[in-house]
Design a protein around this ligand. Structure first.
Ligand code: BTN
Length: 263
């Protein structure tokens, strides 16, 4: 059980985490956060659950959410257009990557568009959902699932054991979830402030500092099919640029896309 009042006592943020709803068990924290946002919750409010019974990932995948992981969703009200909302997952991915690297010394990688990996295995997933008003974002809910104090090799379903990892598996010890959450919320605010004041470019630059798939051969799978090529860059709108084998440069937008780094 997380000691929420202890986190809030020490938390040095202006917005993010000022309101926290903590649940022992829920379906999906993203669903609760969306309900709260519909009732007019403040920007920065977060919903955390000790376990989720219906944790969701992108592309309708399940997000396995046993005790020991960190599962939370943040309500944001950025002044951006709906088509720019992809930028928010980069913000969240960057915050997680920097915290795991700076605080725990992990060799993290960011993978386009919204994963954080260690040794090629997923340690964090991000699910962004939003409500729009005309062209604009009314609110966005950014859900983060971090495999923290769980032993993937023992507790995870067979099919995830080779593709996932956890902080515990990487460090060989458990970490204090309260501390992880506190530092993460502060980092999220730092990244979000930079985005609000200076725009996306400096945030993307920081994100690229961890994006070791750039310059490598990748396979991109989407509903059109598969393509292979060299991951050239990520554009200032979050688009992935891939140079195909015939020399054409493909602009890959977010959607039903997954990306596998060729080993
Ligand atoms: C993915 O990698 O496909 C995204 C996974 C996102 C999981 C988090 S856990 C907290 C929040 N609640 C959910 O149901 N999903 C997100």
């Amino acid at each position: 059980m997380l000691k929420i009042d202890k986190i809030q006592e020490k938390l040095q943020t202006k917005k993010i985490g000022k309101k926290i709803l903590y649940l022992h068990k829920t379906g999906s924290t993203n669903d609760i956060a969306k309900k709260l946002a519909n009732y007019g919750a403040y920007e920065g409010a977060i919903v955390i659950a000790e376990t989720q019974t219906a944790g969701r990932g992108r592309l309708d995948r399940k997000w396995f959410s046993p005790k020991g992981g960190l599962y939370f969703s943040i309500i944001l009200k950025p002044k951006i257009k709906a088509k720019e909302s992809i930028k928010l997952v980069f913000l969240a991915g960057l915050a997680v990557a920097e915290v795991l690297h700076e605080k725990y010394g992990l060799h993290v990688e960011t993978k386009w568009p919204n994963d954080v990996l260690v040794r090629g295995r997923k340690i964090c997933g991000i699910l962004s959902e939003m409500k729009t008003r005309g062209e604009k974002v009314d609110y966005a809910v950014i859900g983060l699932g971090i495999n923290a104090n769980v032993d993937v090799k023992k507790e995870f379903p067979e099919e995830l054991k080779t593709v996932a990892t956890s902080i515990e598996n990487e460090l060989g010890r458990k970490v204090k979830l309260e501390e992880l959450l506190k530092v993460l919320l502060e980092k999220l605010e730092n990244v979000y402030e930079q985005f609000t004041k200076e725009g996306f470019a400096p945030v993307l630059r920081r994100w690229k500092g961890y994006a070791s798939f750039l310059g490598k051969n990748v396979e991109v799978i989407n509903d059109v099919g598969k393509m292979y090529g060299l991951a050239l860059d990520v554009d200032n709108d979050g688009t992935l640029l891939v140079r195909l084998e015939d020399g054409r440069v493909e602009h890959v937008f977010v959607g039903d896309v997954s990306l596998q780094i060729n080993k």
